[in-house]
Design a binder for this molecule. Structure first.
Ligand SMILES: [Zn+2]
Length: 462
């Protein structure tokens, strides 16, 4: 049992790492680099299909076009063989799709094929999106010494039990024609033109899979280490449902890279960016579970190694709160509410006070530096010096609502604010959306609430 001061220090030490990028507002950027792009509409697919096979009723007008069509059909067939080999775990058939003259690339690719052996895929397919997406350098073309073709080809995959719609990953591929047959020659040639194929977990090493009751953990590490993350997620999910309710899938994909540097690679970021971040949740604001791939909680294993049981629990509950509430987290949901709500549920069972869990803000308030307003979304950017205070303000605003109005009202406020606008009505203006939700759910308005909150901060700081 920890003595109070030790417990306080532990929670204190947790705060910087709680600066979780799960601020869903950041997702646009994250999505772009990790490929969690959710726009696989049927019209997009049809367009891509048309590009591959040519639209029906449009006969080729000349030999060049016929040649291009034949090439596209051959490459589409190659990609289909590759998908089938991945899904049926046919290593030989997979290797047969790779450039026979590039031993190093073959070895890397077969390594990736082996790395995913345990991963339960419900789907794995390719879609040619942009034929001729980039030019090969003269040196590269000359090294290949054969006809080539480049393309952006999206990989669409689904993890069994989680992804209703596929995760879409853009890949920038080079194909080469050898003795009349097309092969995959590279996935890195587009990088020079800024077209970098995003790194997936299985590019980093053999993936071990641990199934929990409420989670699937995909990780690079020992089964024992990964099992602990499954236990964390399994304990966190019911805690979240206890407040938020059952209206979410109740299961989470937890991704555990081996190092913080690997985490940064998965997120397409500089290695140092996540030094003080315990975990990140990726997903799409406002997307319902039936219309988007499942969220991923991506863990920083280096940060987690420093955490005690309580801290691990707080972080996981925080992240899974974002997962559960994402379909009600909108572009107009203020970050103080989404982060404060996640911290509120995260801290719920450990009786945290301002002294233990909001020391920076408490120090400021006691020194007469009392905030005049709720923190803006910009206050939650990871570069902000007073980032801890922003999280603490959000947490205390949600704690205040739960104490004065009731926990159910806090949930109701979140849901009312995040409800789908009526058909034909666009995204509301954020301040008026908040005002209207506060009036209807709490019978107060943002100005009056802010005054109550400032008084609350003063009282709690004592
Ligand atoms: Zn968060």
């Amino acid at each position: 049992m920890d003595d109070p001061s030790r417990a306080a220090r532990r929670i204190r030490s947790l705060l910087p790492v709680l600066v979780v990028l799960c601020a869903l507002a950041q997702l646009g950027a994250v999505l772009g680099v990790t490929g969690f792009v959710v726009d696989a509409t049927s019209s997009t697919s049809q367009r891509a299909h048309d590009r591959v096979f040519g639209s029906p009723g449009q006969p080729s007008t000349n030999a060049d076009e016929q040649h291009a069509n034949a090439r596209r059909i051959a490459i589409a067939a190659l990609l289909e063989r590759r998908s089938a080999a991945f899904l049926s775990r046919d290593r030989e058939a997979f290797a047969a799709t790779l450039d026979p003259q590039d031993a190093a690339f073959r070895q890397t690719q077969v390594g990736v094929f082996d790395n995913i052996a345990e991963v339960p895929f419900a789907g794995w397919e390719y879609e040619i999106v942009t034929p001729g997406a980039f030019e090969l350098s003269a040196a590269r073309a000359s090294a290949l010494a054969a006809p080539t073709f480049t393309a952006q080809v999206d990989l669409l995959y689904r993890i069994t039990g989680h992804d209703v719609t596929p995760v879409r990953v853009p890949q920038y591929l080079t194909f080469v024609l050898r003795s009349g047959e097309w092969f995959l020659a590279a996935d890195t040639d587009g990088a020079a033109a800024g077209m970098r194929t995003p790194t997936q977990l299985w590019d980093l090493g053999p993936v071990t899979v641990v199934q929990g009751t409420h989670s699937t953990v995909l990780g690079i590490g020992t089964r024992a280490v990964l099992r602990r993350f499954a236990q964390d997620a399994d304990r966190a999910a019911p805690a979240v449902s206890g407040v938020w309710g059952q209206s979410w899938p109740g299961r989470t994909v937890v991704v555990v890279p081996a190092t913080q540097a690997q985490m940064a690679r998965l997120l397409g970021a500089e290695p140092s960016k996540y030094a003080r971040i315990a975990a990140v949740t990726t997903g799409e604001r406002g997307a319902s579970a039936s219309a988007a791939p499942a969220d991923r909680v991506i863990v920083n294993p280096d940060a987690f190694r420093e955490l005690g049981d309580l801290e691990r629990r707080v972080v996981m509950v925080h992240e899974i709160t974002h997962v559960a509430s994402r379909s009600f987290t909108r572009s107009w949901t203020p970050t103080w509410l989404s982060e404060g709500f996640a911290d509120y549920i995260g801290y719920l069972d450990s009786a945290q006070t301002m002294r233990t869990a909001a020391p920076e803000l408490r120090r400021d308030v006691k020194a007469g530096k009392v905030p005049a307003r709720l923190p803006t979304d910009a206050s939650f950017e990871t570069t902000q010096e007073e980032l801890p205070q922003a999280y603490e303000m959000g947490w205390l605003a949600c704690k205040l609502i739960a104490e004065r109005w009731g926990r159910d009202k806090l949930v109701e406020l979140y849901r009312a604010l995040g409800a789908e606008p009526p058909p034909g009505v666009g995204a509301p203006d954020p301040p008026s959306a908040l005002a209207s939700a506060m009036v209807s759910v709490l019978a107060t308005n943002p100005d009056a609430f802010t005054k109550t909150w400032i008084d609350y901060l003063r009282t709690q700081a004592e």
